[in-house]
Structures are given as C-alpha cells and as structure tokens.
Design a protein. Structure first.
Length: 562
C-alpha cells in the first residue's frame, strides 16, 4: 500500500515554487539588463537596510542590503515598479550611488526578516547598551599604543559609572582599530579576565580585569551580535558593524563555553586591511611577472595554498581587483564573505540550506561569469566542477589545503581529478606565508655567523638563477629591536613569502606518473621561481624581516634537503 506523505509533498511544492520565483526574477533581470541575485545566500547589512523603514521597504518592494560609504546595493522585485523607482530617485538625490539587483519576493522576505533584529537592537539600546560610533572615533584618535589601552581601561574601572562595561568595550574596540588588530581574545580564567590582541599575526597580552565586569561585556557583545543572552552552554556566532567616516568596519563575533565561563573572539574586518594591491604583497619582480601573465589569461585555474591566516584571501582579492574591468563579470563563492569588493558579485555558502561550494559553483556557471573565485576546494565534487569550469572558457581562482605549491598537484589527484585533465586546466599553483616586517626605526644589525648563518648561506647558494642575488649583500642581517613608539615589539606590518609552479612541458610530463612533491619540484626547477625559503632569505638580506621570524614560519632545514 502506497502511503501519501503530505509533509514531503508540501516541501517539494514549496521548493518548486521557490525555483519558479527565482527563474522569473532571472528572466526579468535579463530583460532589463540588470544583475540577478538570490538574497538567501548572501549576508544582509542591517545598517544599510535601516536606511528605509520596514513599512516603506515592504510597500515599495525594495531592500537596501549593502552599503560602503555612499555606494548602495539595492534589491527590487521589479525595476519598473513606480514606488521602487520613487525610492531609488530619492536615494540618488541624497548623493547615493546605486547598484541595482533584481530579486524574487522570497529574497525580499529574507531581507525583511532582518528588520526584526534591528527592532530588537533599538529596544536594547534604550537600556544604554549601544556602542557609540562617535565615541569610538574619539578614542581611536587618542589611543596610540597598548599602554594607552591599559590606562584607559584602568581609569574606567576606577570610576563609579554604571556604564563602565560599555565604555571598556568601546576602549577595546577603538584601540584595536587604532593598532590595526586582526582579532581580540577575551579569555576568562579562575580569577580574572585576560584580554589579548593579535597584532601582525602574534598574540599580545593587553589587560586583565574582574570577571563581574567581563560578564557585563559578554552580555553586550551577545546583544550587539544578535546572539541568545540566556544560552551559555553552546557556541554562538554573530556580527555587528561600526560606521566610521572613511569606512564601515564589520566585526565577527564568536562565543564558546569553557571551564571558567564563556570566552569571546572578535574578528575585525577592516576594508583598509584587505585593500592591498598585488604590487604591495611582497612578490619578487620575477614571480610578479609570472603571476600577472597567468591571471591575464582568458581561462584556466590558479590555485593558492597555505594555512589559515597566511594571507590567501588578501592575495586573491588583490588579484581580482587587478583584473577587474566593466567588461568582465566576476563572481565569488565564499564562506563567509569577509570583505565587499566593488563591481564584483559575491555570494556566501550556507550548508544548512544545501548551498555548498559545489552547489554555489554550479549556480555561478549559470550566471555567465568570465571569472569565478571559489573560496576553497575541499571535496571531489567541487574540484571536478572547478576543473570543468576552467576547461570551458572560465578563469577560476581558488584555495586548496596543502603546505606547498608542489603539493597542489598530488592533492588534486587524491580528490579524484585525472592527471591529464589537471595539466590541461591548472595554469599556476602558488603557496604563501606571512612574515612580520622589522621596524626600520629600531631594528638591530648583526653579523651572519653560526648555525643560522650556515643555513642562510646554503639556501642562498642553492639559488641557481643569479638574477635574484645580483647586487645582494650577504654579510649582515637584522634582528628585531626592543620596540619603539613606531612599532610593536620591534615589528611593524607583515609581508608575504611566496613560491609558485607554472604548468609547463616538464611538469606536464611527470603528471601522469602520480608524482610526489619532490618530483614536481624537480620538474619545475628550470622555471627559475624561488621557493618560500629562498624568497624569505632574500627578504632577510634586504633587511625586511629576521631569521627567527622566517624559521618560525618556514621549515628551512627541510628546504635544504629537497
């Protein structure tokens, strides 16, 4: 006897209706020569959305879902709707630059749900929970060092203000923006709260204070981030943003339970930090020339590898900005979308809704892109789809979990890609790490000697292409100084070390033999591109970084064995 499953049928009917809605929106976008977008797979900027009241937004069938300074991303159900046009005209008269997208009604409903969070936030702000952007601007100009942050926190703790927890949070965030911090770590211990900043990739103790004050800060972070206040036994993620005059800073928040209470990590997503040009990444001119040749090809795949925090996203974004032009459609599939790029359609994966990298890539190919960036290739399905896209006229950028450029090829074979197809689709494999740069004001000169000097000279002697070492001194190097008012513990900023392998006849000839990394490195030797150890040694001799910094990041002894 066949049983009728009403819930399953209703679900199928709902999915069918959604697909129909999206297809209609796509056709309407094509008819009006506009971009189509599915808002269910991207993040909605609540600050942008609140430029319109919920009532007006619903009446006009319009939603503002993105804002960078005076540039707005606006979704409409129909560009011909009179009320929608009225809102658009008003925004343009107010000095906003509009990028218009056609979306389905279901997409708009998704955006309108965010008004609930805005409403909740306003209710809570009446209870003095608000973080004041003006206050942060004022503090940001006042704070110039970690000592300044400590003093401001101590002064606030000593005061009798009822809002001191909010003020401490403002001090911490303002200080992190002033010092260009990437992450803030609130770590409760048995006796107090330990606050650490990650500056130029290294964690530094900033301050400690009582757990009672931290409890109030925790509540404020949860509230600002849209988390549940009464849940302490589960991990939660959220976000909030701060608008400064020059840009909007997004802060991603993560709260996890621990032995002494919940700990917080706040990640600062500052658009200025990611807006590095490809010329400023630290590539040697020979590598830069090779990379620019490959990224300007009409099709193929370029893969970048390295651990979390090695600067892969910064490099890929720099590449996308380099090749962007109004004549090319560039589309990204990311998790999450960390920074917004002008002129580029960015989408975010959501595994809970079945929108994976593989599904996102298939959907992207239906959008007729010229260039696609896939945040990460982690399974056979995504790898296969990406390779096929590269073979069918698209330029594909992505990242892969390997430690070296040579490791890219065995990894793709492990993921089930035919070696012959790899040689036809991959243009360039690259690997990178980030090193802290020595402060030019207080760095110390030392002689090249001892075991470290021997390692350095052996690596230098192994560089066959003398174009790299021509005119390069090899008698002295530099170490970090004690620190000054211009730096943090002798370092200021970071620079990349890189290696890359292009697909040429020699590399292609070993691909069919299921090659090891060593065999691929040997086959690519004639290309004359430095490996990361060699690139790092040249940067040491140029006074950019120290031997200790390079040896912490790159296995120098292993590089001598290869």
């Amino acid at each position: 006897m066949v049983q009728f499953d009403e819930d399953k049928q209703n679900l199928r009917l709902s999915e069918f209706k959604k697909r129909e809605q999206e297809h209609l929106a796509q056709r309407l976008a094509e008819k009006n020569n506009l971009e189509y977008l599915d808002l269910s797979i991207i993040s909605i900027n609540s600050g942008a959305l609140s430029l319109l009241s919920e009532k007006r937004s619903r009446e006009s069938k319009i939603a503002i879902f993105g804002k960078i300074n005076k540039k707005l991303k606006v979704a409409v159900q129909s560009p011909e709707n009179e009320k929608s046009q009225e809102v658009i005209n008003e925004l343009e008269k107010s000095g906003f630059e509009i990028t218009l997208y056609v979306v389905s009604n279901e997409s708009l409903e998704k955006a309108w749900k965010v008004y609930e969070d805005i409403s909740l936030g306003k209710k809570e702000k009446s209870g003095s929970i608000e973080i004041l952007n003006e206050k942060i601007k004022e503090l940001k100009e006042k704070i110039n060092s970690t000592d300044d942050i400590q003093k401001e926190i101590e002064n606030t703790l000593a005061s009798q203000k009822s809002s001191k927890a909010t003020e401490i949070l403002e001090i911490i965030i303002a200080g992190s923006l002033s010092l260009k911090v990437s992450d803030l770590h609130f770590e409760p211990t048995e006796e107090n709260l330990r606050l650490r900043f990650r500056i130029d990739g290294a964690l530094t103790d900033i301050a400690s204070f009582d757990l009672k004050t931290y409890s109030l800060i925790l509540s404020r972070v949860k509230l600002l981030s849209g988390m549940l206040l009464n849940v302490a036994s589960k991990a939660q993620d959220g976000r909030f943003s701060i608008e400064l005059e020059e840009s909007e800073i997004e802060i991603r928040s993560s709260v996890i339970p621990g032995a002494y209470g919940e700990s917080i990590v706040l990640r600062i997503l500052d658009p200025d930090a990611i807006s590095v040009s490809i010329e400023d990444l630290g590539m040697h001119p020979i590598l830069y020339k090779a990379v620019t040749e490959e990224i300007n090809k009409p099709n193929g795949m370029i893969l970048n590898t390295g651990p979390t925090g090695s600067g892969k996203t910064t490099t890929l974004y720099a590449v996308l900005r380099k090749i962007y032009s109004p004549e090319r459609k560039i589309l990204t599939i990311e998790n999450p979308v960390e920074y917004h790029l002008e002129g580029i359609v960015q989408t975010q994966t959501d595994s809970s809704k079945g929108y994976t990298f593989a599904e996102g890539l298939r959907s992207a190919l239906r959008q007729d892109p010229d260039v696609i960036m896939v945040g990460e290739i982690r399974d056979e399905e995504t790898a296969t789809t990406a390779v096929n896209a590269a073979l069918t006229g698209h330029l594909v950028f992505s990242t892969l979990h390997t430690n070296t450029a040579a490791g890219t090829f065995p990894r793709l074979i492990d993921l089930g890609i035919n070696p012959k197809v790899i040689s036809s689709s991959v243009n360039l494999a690259m690997a990178q790490r980030l090193l802290r740069k020595l402060c030019p004001e207080c760095k110390k000169e030392v002689n090249i000697e001892g075991e470290n000097g021997e390692i350095l000279k052996k690596i230098l002697d192994g560089i066959e292409n003398k174009e790299y070492t021509e005119g390069l001194q090899n008698e002295k190097m530099w170490e970090a100084g004690e620190g000054c008012d211009k730096c943090h513990n002798g370092y200021k900023g970071r620079i990349g070390v890189f290696e890359a392998i292009r697909m040429d006849a020699e590399v292609e000839s070993v691909m069919t033999q299921n090659p090891s990394e060593r065999e691929i490195n040997k086959a690519s030797k004639k290309q004359g591109i430095l490996n990361m150890a060699e690139d790092g040694v040249i940067k040491i001799l140029q006074g950019m970084t120290s031997f200790s910094e390079l040896s912490k990041t790159v296995d120098l002894k292993k590089s001598l064995e290869e």
